[in-house]
Ligand binder design. Structure first.
Ligand SMILES: Cc1cc2nc3c(=O)[nH]c(=O)nc-3n(C[C@H](O)[C@H](O)[C@H](O)COP(=O)(O)OP(=O)(O)OC[C@H]3O[C@@H](n4cnc5c(N)ncnc54)[C@H](O)[C@@H]3O)c2cc1C
Length: 396
């Protein structure tokens, strides 16, 4: 780590004023004869180069000691649950962990925290985990990010694990960064792919810069390597005859104090998640008016499909945000996806890559969406849909 240090013995009022003028980031504070550097400092070193000699000093701390990578073993998956029902992303992550572990030749572990959640640990074993660590305690009944972080810290105190994977769900997104900070390691949020490098490091891949590039991130000199991963990026593994071991962990010594007070818990009615849809009709800005969406109704009923949309229709207020497909929405993997009036921006395509069969309707023959579609219909949706509806009427 590097920083700028001020030698206040050399600072006079004039020097302070000179340095304040030099700094383009407004990073100096001068109070009661003391010149200090605030959080605006970008370590640009202008003050060192252009200021009076020896007043501002650039300090570079010794590089962190290289870790011994082979000392860290095991890919750990955090099993998320709500009301003691596992979130399926956890099992998808076990599947991915097993795949990565074949390359790195290390075991796969699951960690379950909660109350009366032994069945989840056993399920993780059925999905192929070598060990499932169970922290079962009444104090862990409701998810509390502070207490749960203490639990994971406890687990890492006894063993040196190599990788920790958490679902990029709302809960995982709040929990994993706190764990990473506690374990003093790095973390990549919202990964869409994971690979192993030739050096055996975890390559954490995620869209960046608005989806225009795929960032490949490594945590070379820190362990565990941590990533949150989106739901539906990987397949759940097949259930196997469990050969793994259930390890029941001691919970007495874990700090169960939290600054968060649970006042009331209001469970939302479980709306259908489009990530789980088998047949999905996705609509875009090709629809000029909200009432025009009625045009998809006969097809939707005929196929018993769910409906989703692109981001502009969410911004129009036409749909619930949970129905948005794409980079900043949901990743979907239906058997059949029908896109209507959608251009195929990278942000959208990122969310549909796993669909088995894609049919797209667009009046623009150069629509980018056609590049990833199995069947493309070039034409006006205001002509195609009424014609289709007429055919459906005849069929039904
Ligand atoms: C950081 C970031 C994240 C984003 N995340 C997402 C995301 O998760 N999901 C998402 O969807 N977008 C996302 N976007 C927005 C994205 O870039 C596009 O703007 C958006 O996907 C476009 O939606 P669209 O295809 O419905 O609209 P448009 O791009 O306007 O396309 C409409 C299409 O309809 C066709 N059309 C028009 N009239 C007809 C007709 N009568 N018949 C047939 N076809 C017709 C047009 O030819 C056109 O191709 C994101 C953007 C940013 C910057």
């Amino acid at each position: 780590m590097a920083y700028i240090k001020v030698d206040n013995k050399k600072v006079t009022k004039e020097i302070a004023e000179q340095l304040i003028k030099i700094c383009p980031f407004n990073a100096f504070d001068y109070q009661d004869g003391i010149l200090s550097i605030n959080e605006n400092c970008r370590i640009c070193k202008l003050c060192v180069r252009k200021g009076p000699e020896g007043v501002c000093i650039f300090v570079e701390e010794d590089k962190r000691k290289e870790i011994v990578k082979k000392d860290y073993r095991g890919i750990l998956v955090y099993v998320e649950h709500h009301n003691n029902i596992a979130h399926p992303v956890s099992f998808e992550l076990i599947g991915k962990a097993l795949e990565l572990a074949r390359q790195t030749k290390e075991p796969v572990y699951a960690v379950v925290v909660g109350h009366k959640v032994k069945h989840l640990a056993l399920k993780a074993l059925e999905y192929g985990a070598d060990k499932a660590f169970l922290y079962d305690d009444e104090a862990f009944k409701n998810f509390d990010t502070q207490i749960y972080t203490n639990v994971l810290e406890d687990l890492f105190q006894t063993e040196k694990y190599n990788i920790l994977l958490v679902g990029a769900t709302p809960l995982g997104r709040s929990f994993a960064p706190r764990v990473a900070a506690r374990l003093k390691t790095g973390m990549t949020a919202d990964c869409t792919r994971l690979e192993i490098t030739d050096d055996g490091d975890l390559l954490q891949i995620r869209p960046a810069f608005g989806g225009n590039i795929m960032a490949k991130i490594k945590t070379e000199n820190h362990r565990p390597q941590m990533a949150t991963v989106r739901y539906k990026m990987f397949k759940k593994p097949a259930l196997v005859k469990s050969q793994g071991k259930l390890i029941i962990k001691e919970t007495d010594k874990i700090d169960k104090h939290s600054f968060i007070e649970l006042v009331e818990r209001i469970d939302q009615p479980q709306a259908k998640d489009i990530c789980d849809s088998e047949i999905l009709i996705c609509v875009g800005r090709g629809f000029k008016l909200e009432k025009d969406l009625e045009l998809i109704e006969p097809l939707r009923k005929h196929l018993n499909a769910d409906v989703a949309c692109t981001r502009p229709l969410i911004e129009n207020g036409w749909f619930d945000p949970r129905l948005q497909v794409g980079l900043s929405g949901r990743t979907v993997k239906p058997k059949l996806l029908i896109n209507i009036g959608i251009s195929g921006a990278v942000h959208f395509i990122e969310g549909i890559k796993g669909a088995e069969t894609i049919i797209s309707i667009n009046k623009d023959p150069n629509s980018k969406l056609f590049d990833v579609s199995h069947y493309s219909l070039v034409g006006d949706l205001y002509e195609i849909l009424p014609a289709l509806n007429k055919m459906l009427e005849e069929v039904n």
